[in-house]
Write a protein that binds this ligand. Structure first.
Ligand SMILES: Nc1ncnc2c1ncn2[C@@H]1O[C@H](COP(=O)(O)OP(=O)(O)OP(=O)(O)O)[C@@H](O)[C@H]1O
Length: 252
């Protein structure tokens, strides 16, 4: 059973300074351990929404309520942002080092997470020696090193080839099975949104608004065979149709 935080945004609006309204009365929620996918066109406020959920930005209006454990968020971005002069192990241990944990603890935690993402053989490699997919695994391991209970993923796999992306989707769900986090996952891929999420939020833009909330009852566990199922393909087709319906000719 998952014990991550439950999060509810109610009527959230956001404006930067005296600029235009970026988010307008956005309401959405995640239950403990749920993965909520956010899909929408460029500039509709997806990244802003993640930063609001993490408490890095303050909403202009509306409220964000959390239930369960106090949130301990971690971000994963499309750019792995690894330190080029540090090894895989040192990159994964960085958050612990910054928090002043002992070397022994840094090593133990980094090796644990490197093992969980399949990097135990390359602990002493530098980022330039890794493929894009491996760099993303380091980024995931680094994000998980402080045992977050809320993951905010901002198009993390958008720059990867389709095969690597699918594999990382599967690995992320494997990690999710035995770790306690609630997640908001921004993606431009309907396929990815359907594969990963419990619920898909479609955001429209100018200003960013919830255009549709699509429940996704596709059963867990999901693996590579899930994509071949008729149910998965139907959900992708229905979600794509809904996206076109609510966003008109705007592409996500
Ligand atoms: N710190 C800021 N100050 C002023 N405006 C900002 C700031 N952050 C974001 N914005 C504006 O808010 C709007 C939404 O930006 P945001 O990055 O949240 O969109 P997005 O949906 O994540 O876009 P993309 O899919 O292209 O990454 C944009 O018009 C952007 O210029």
């Amino acid at each position: 059973m998952h014990s991550g935080p439950a999060i509810a945004l109610t009527e959230i609006s956001k404006r930067f300074g005296d600029g235009p309204l970026v988010l307008d009365h956005v309401s959405l929620s995640a239950q403990p351990g749920e993965i909520v996918a956010i899909v929408g066109p460029s500039g509709c406020g997806k990244s802003t929404l993640l930063r609001l959920v993490a408490g890095l930005l303050k909403a202009s209006n509306g409220s964000i309520e959390q239930a369960g454990p106090e949130i301990n968020p971690a971000f994963i971005f499309q750019d792995a942002t690894l330190l080029p002069w540090a090894t895989v192990e040192q990159n994964i241990a960085l958050p612990l080092r910054l928090k002043g944990h002992s070397r022994k603890k840094q090593e133990k935690v980094a090796r644990h997470w490197a093992g969980r993402v399949g990097l135990e053989e390359v602990l002493h490699y530098y980022p330039r020696q890794l493929s894009g997919g491996m760099q993303m695994r380091v980024s995931i391991a680094r994000a998980l090193s402080l045992s977050p209970n809320l993951l905010l993923l901002d198009e993390p796999f958008g720059a990867l080839d389709a095969i690597t992306r699918n594999r990382l989707n599967e690995e992320l769900l494997d990690l999710h099975r035995d770790t306690d986090w609630t997640a908001f996952f921004v993606t431009h891929s309907v396929n990815e949104a359907v594969f990963l999420s419990n619920r898909i939020i479609i955001l429209g833009r100018n200003p960013g608004r919830v255009s549709a909330v699509i429940e996704n009852p596709l059963q867990f566990p999901r693996d590579s065979h899930t994509r071949e199922s008729l149910e998965f393909q139907q959900r992708v087709a229905e979600t794509t149709a809904r996206l076109h319906e609510v966003l008109g000719c705007e592409s996500a």
